[in-house]
Design a binder for this molecule. Structure first.
Ligand code: NAP
Length: 330
């Protein structure tokens, strides 16, 4: 969350990386000049940023937004800084009706996860029977709320341990504990007579995809955003296994592929206003927050991300560095 069009002068403070390596170790906090916005960009004072594995605005408008992953990769720009310059299409004004109820932390956590969940919810219809793989991921928790808004008839989700309760509170009717049960066997046993209309995967569980002809309707679709098997070490093996899974999505049945429609759902630009108008204004969708870190502790936020066990977004507070560090509230 942020305030656009603050004055472009003086210094900003930013976490930056200058060499290859694992993120928490390579990050350095530095003082830099406040960025000069280019044509089509807006200077934004950042209040909170969230850690991700991606309008007409006047001075002082509260906005939510993000720096897309391709911009980060291409220009090395991130949002862990007191001021950032952002292309206007990557921002949405926070509607006046929720200006006081939407915290900076929620506004920081929602953009990438909610626009990703939006791509998945578009695959479901009112009355659909839906399987959500990874109900406790940030994307999954937001997706469950969106599915409720769209009138999904029955939602089954995977999650483990105590997280099952949170997943149910967010909208799942049934939860399969993926650490305790063989998910494929449970699905075959309980859902092959009345099959799913869609399977929405937020983790990339290709074992469930491989066997889905037993529990996904012939007219159904498996849609995936998850790349959890791609390890942050960037090793060739993790990249190869990810590529193999990606190819399996598009392999025709006569070459051994799965006889169901399947897709890799990509991030779509400009979807933030739709999320805001359809799901945030009514507060039907809220941001799950796993933990909060002070600006100086940003590397610890990455350490938390790398555990792969977070229950919601990991937030770094920049404008109010006195905010509590690491307090879980789900
Ligand atoms: N977040 C985004 O904005 C975004 C955007 C685009 C794409 N993606 C992709 O979407 C995926 C999810 O991202 P995220 O940030 O939402 O994840 P996340 O919040 O970091 O997910 C962590 C959660 O995933 C659960 N989990 C891990 N493996 C699982 C499995 N096999 N089955 C069920 N649950 C499992 C963990 O539960 P346990 O502790 O019980 O294991 C933990 O609660 C990632 O592959 C990411 O690359 C994310």
């Amino acid at each position: 969350m942020a305030t656009p069009n603050v004055k472009s002068e003086g210094n900003a403070v930013a976490w930056r990386i200058h060499k290859k390596g694992l993120l928490p170790v390579t990050m350095k906090k530095e003082t830099i000049s406040v960025p000069e916005p280019k044509q089509g960009e807006v200077l934004v004072e950042v209040h909170s940023a969230s850690i991700n594995p991606a309008v007409a605005l006047s001075m002082g408008t509260r906005v939510l937004g993000m720096i897309p992953v391709e911009t980060s990769v291409r220009y090395g720009q991130g949002s862990l800084a007191t001021h950032v310059s952002v292309r206007v299409e990557n921002l949405a004004a926070i509607p006046a009706s929720i200006d006081t109820s939407l915290s900076s932390e929620e506004a920081a956590g929602l953009p990438l996860a909610s626009t990703t969940a939006l791509q998945l919810v578009r695959k479901a219809r009112a009355g659909s029977k839906v399987l959500v793989l990874g109900g406790s991921t940030s994307v999954g928790l937001i997706l469950l709320q969106m599915l409720k808004v769209e009138g999904a008839r029955h939602i089954v989700a995977t999650a483990s341990g105590v997280k099952k309760d949170t997943v149910k509170t967010r909208g799942a009717d049934e939860v399969i504990d993926y650490r305790e049960e063989d998910v494929v066997q449970t699905l075959k046993r309980n859902h092959s007579r009345e099959q799913f209309d869609v399977i929405l995967d937020t983790v990339g569980d290709f074992t469930v995809f491989g066997a889905c002809a037993a529990y996904l309707k012939e007219s159904g679709e498996y849609a995936n955003v998850g790349a959890s098997n791609m390890k942050p070490d960037g090793s060739i093996w993790s990249n190869l296994s990810f590529l193999r899974n990606l190819v399996s999505l598009y392999l025709p049945w006569w070459l051994g592929g799965v006889p169901r429609k399947s897709s890799w759902v990509e991030f779509i630009r400009g979807a933030l206003p739709e999320v805001t108008d359809r799901y945030l204004v009514t507060r039907a969708v809220t941001c799950p927050i796993d933990s909060r870190f002070a600006f100086d502790d940003a590397p610890k936020a990455y350490e938390r991300l790398m555990t792969g066990r977070a229950l919601g977004k990991i937030i770094v507070n920049i404008k109010h560095p006195g905010d509590p560090s690491v307090s879980s509230h789900l």
